[in-house]
Write a protein that binds this ligand. Structure first.
Ligand SMILES: *Cc1c(COP(=O)(O)O)cnc(C)c1O
Length: 393
């Protein structure tokens, strides 16, 4: 089955898989708003079938539908849902131990960077951050106590491409657990487990939910064994989502294909328009012909996604744009139906130290755009008026 069909037909089209003989045939997933489950009918026996649940932190039927759905979409053994994307990231990192060393891409999502550099550093996880767009940097960073590799491609907010096949191969050879944040691409465009990753993480807040109305996260493991380790942290840390939030992600997922395709087509048009716009000094989008990672991205993903970024000449112009833009929201987050323009320096990457940001090219002139579902002509007109003349005197 192709991925668009799998979004709709993944074994949970009705409540049959969940409820067995008691199924109603409902096309909507039932929301089990409950904290606990009466165990008396089979007390003392090994729980099974629809009666396998005991406490909703440990397992909830609605959550299970999402967990099985994302596992199927990513082609993994096990899926786990969390209360946020960063809860998914933190919980997956929780399978590592004090004294372990992790190699991570230096331009990971700002919140992932923060948890590695603060919380996990305090708990004894050693970190080396590298520019992963050159795989040799990963090879050089591996030490005797290296246990994991953490990648994100395209990177945020500069849309650099990492060669997953090569880098995941390095991880496999070195016996590392490889983790890929697949938020920007979604399993509709990219399936890292099939390229050799061990664990995929998502902020389901973004394209998977797709409507800017829920905070949620997911993780998928390639093997059952890794699944058991992630489950121990999910249940132990307890950063689980509620059933309504799970339900919103499930509903969003059904339209992922059409949203992704439309948003991606518009993102390319916007990138091309920005490229020719006076006053724009750089456009970063892996779908552009001269993007250095275009060929690699095409080899590992079936699209360039719907996030791009660009630079103005001066920070004043970026700030003026964000103040004047009308259709697009000047906001954090991405992946919703509405176009969002964000300012990484003060938003997603505010927690990255200024000198580190400067080194990475995350400057005060940089704006990140998540393309929405509006008609592209209207977004271009809005951007044009908000950018105003190229020069500020
Ligand atoms: C937003 C985001 C996260 C964090 O997800 P939350 O749902 O905000 O906790 C992690 N990774 C990437 C790439 C993101 O864009």
């Amino acid at each position: 089955m192709k991925r668009g069909t799998l979004l709709i037909h993944n074994g949970h089209e009705t409540d049959t898989a969940l409820l067995g003989a008691a199924a109603t045939g409902a096309l909507g997933t039932p929301v089990f708003q409950t904290s606990t489950f009466d165990q008396s009918p089979s007390f003392g026996e090994a729980p099974s079938g629809p009666r396998e649940y005991d406490y909703a932190r440990s397992g909830n039927p609605t959550r299970r539908v999402l967990e099985e759905t994302i596992a199927a979409l990513e082609g993994g053994a096990r899926g786990y849902a969390f209360g946020s994307g960063i809860a998914a990231v933190s919980s997956v990192l929780g399978i590592l131990s004090a004294g372990d060393h992790i190699v991570a891409a230096e331009d990971l999502y700002g919140g992932s960077w923060r948890i590695l550099n603060t919380f996990y550093k305090r708990w004894g996880l050693e970190l080396t951050a590298v520019d992963a767009s050159d795989p040799d940097n990963i090879r050089r960073a591996v030490k005797s106590n290296t246990r994991a590799l953490f990648l994100e491609t395209p990177s945020n907010p500069l849309l650099k491409i990492t060669d997953l096949t090569v880098c995941l191969g390095i991880a496999r050879e070195a016996g590392l657990i490889s983790i890929v944040d697949n938020t920007f691409m979604t399993p509709y465009l990219q399936q890292p487990l099939k390229l050799g990753a061990d664990i995929v993480v998502h902020s389901a807040t973004k394209f998977l939910g797709g409507h800017s109305d829920v905070i949620s996260g997911l993780a998928v493991t390639r093997t059952e064994e890794l699944g058991r380790r992630v489950y121990a942290v999910q249940n132990g840390f307890g950063a689980v989502p509620g059933p309504w939030d799970v339900w919103l992600v499930l509903r969003g997922l059904k339209t992922l294909k059409v949203r992704m395709e439309a948003q991606e087509a518009s993102a390319l048009k916007l990138a091309q328009w920005l490229r020719n716009r006076p006053g724009i000094t750089g456009v970063f989008y892996p779908g552009l012909e001269d993007h250095p990672g275009k060929a690699v991205n095409e080899a590992q993903a079936s699209g360039a996604g719907a996030v791009l970024s660009f630079k103005t000449q001066k920070p004043e112009q970026a700030l003026r744009f964000l103040g004047r833009v009308k259709l697009a929201a000047a906001a954090v987050s991405l992946g919703g139906v509405e176009t969002i323009a964000s300012y990484p320096v003060r938003m997603s990457h505010a927690s990255v130290p200024p000198e580190e940001r400067q080194r990475l090219g995350i400057t005060g002139t940089l704006i990140r755009v998540s393309m929405g579902l509006e008609d592209i002509e209207d977004i271009i007109a809005d951007f044009d008026q908000a950018l105003g003349p190229g020069e500020i005197n």
